[in-house]
Design a protein around this ligand. Structure first.
Ligand SMILES: Cc1cc2nc3c(=O)[nH]c(=O)nc-3n(C[C@H](O)[C@H](O)[C@H](O)COP(=O)(O)O)c2cc1C
Length: 148
């Protein structure tokens, strides 16, 4: 993950990350995730507070896809020119739910600080995603191309 992608992932709170999963029966599942953070160029972490089907699906198959992008233009201003200014990426990787160690402790701290005790009690763990592939989603000639 280069610096631009890393920064876009961490700036994503201005848009929302979508985490995609497929159940073992082949049913797709997609959820928005506000806590998505790149903790290193190859590692993304999500606080698993409300994730439910997503966690069940990950236990059956750890492969996930995430999309994130810099703020998009308002819909009334959408044009190819404006959309092509949005930095947008799709990450594919493997997810693991961890419930101990320094990364989990950091996530616990963040959940308590941002969401409070109610959410902390619901915390199921830290979803650690190892980045394996990155695709460009910005509209234009490079759309869909693998970049890492
Ligand atoms: C804007 C937004 C951000 C969210 N961020 C998170 C998050 O960071 N962690 C989490 O566990 N759930 C988060 N949720 C809740 C999940 O999107 C979703 O409700 C939950 O995963 C249950 O769906 P599932 O059973 O398909 O996993 C968020 C929901 C919204 C609307």
């Amino acid at each position: 993950m280069d610096l631009t992608i890393y920064e876009t992932c961490n700036a994503f709170r201005k848009s929302w990350t979508k985490l995609h999963k497929i159940s073992k029966e082949g049913i797709p599942n997609v959820v928005p995730c506000g806590s998505t953070t790149a903790i290193s160029p190859g590692t993304i972490v999500i606080a698993a507070v409300f994730l439910d089907k997503t966690i069940k699906n990950i236990k059956e198959n750890p492969r996930v896809a995430l999309t994130f992008h810099s703020p998009a233009p308002p819909k009334e201003k959408v044009s190819v020119e404006e959309s092509s200014k949005v930095k947008a990426y799709q990450v594919k990787g493997s997810a693991q739910l961890i419930t101990s160690g320094p990364v989990y402790e950091k996530v616990k701290e963040m959940v308590m600080k941002r969401l409070g005790e109610f959410a902390l009690k619901m915390l199921k763990g830290a979803l650690v995603i190892k980045v394996e592939e990155i695709y460009n989603l910005t509209p234009g000639p490079e759309a869909g191309k693998k970049i890492a």
